[in-house]
Design a protein around this ligand. Sequence first.
Ligand code: NAP
Length: 285
Amino acid sequence: MKKFYTLSDLRDWREDDPPIRLGVFGYPVSHSRSPQMQNAALRASGIAMQYARFEIASSELEEAFSLVREHCFVGVNLTAPHKLSAMKFLDEVDADAAAIGAVNTVTRRGEHLVGSNTDSYGIGEAIPAEFGRALAEFDVLILGGGGAARAIAHRCVAENCRHVRIWNRTESAALALAAQVGGNVEACGDLSAAVQDAELIVNATPVGLRPGDLPFISRDRLRADQLVYDTIYEPARTKLLEEAAAAGARTANGLSMLLFQGARAFELWFDRSAPVAVMRSALEE
Ligand code: NAP
């Protein structure tokens, strides 16, 4: 299997053994750890298929969907920048994904491509797995107003979290998201005050991916009774997590969210439970 495939590979599709019937579309995509996790799950479940990366630009997305339909794919995952723009090319979007306004998992059902959002499920499972307490028990501060923040905010409302604040670089996006999600979600402009009031802080921005990225919050603003979750998993310890750990706060990175969103996608594709322990070990390798 190649490190990643392109639209021209899909146009001139050659079957592998076992055949590739699943994948992730992104641009760029070579960083994605989904293949190692999903291929381990496929092997452990005795399913003779492979999962591959596809580097697909936004302008290629419509054709790529029609080709995976033609090649009888079971489904695909979507990563940046496709989670919002893909919706218009799908036949259906399920109720959760429609409410969130973003799709990260596509399932082929007959001739239809159906969009779902499993990032929301992913964070809902990741928080208790990491910290031993459900999302519902927290006053949450979400940093960001994009696709990941939307999925997290919706999950917080679905779980009836005590209070949810959203802070975003562009405040209008946080205001729009808070208004759209409803419930006890509010946008905040003052990050320092919001950090003080939060028990659980979740970074849902890409800030921290690059070595020079400065964290939004420094150690002197954080406390030992707070929990900090970064949806980034590469690097495993972002500067935000370093600052939080220095303040004595408990921390976790986004590998658990990746795991649980992937497990839920597997369940949608195959209508059977996912081998979560196998997927976790594959991710940690
Ligand atoms: P997105 O839709 O592009 O949204 C990015 C958000 O980050 C926007 O709110 C943007 O603010 C903010 N942002 C970007 N650059 C910034 C900067 N330099 N300073 C301050 N804010 C900045 O992206 P996304 O899909 O939500 O993904 C966000 C992150 O979540 C990514 O790092 C991704 O890896 C991670 N993620 C992880 C998982 C997982 O399974 N672990 C799943 C999904 C996403 P503006 O509105 O001001 O532009």
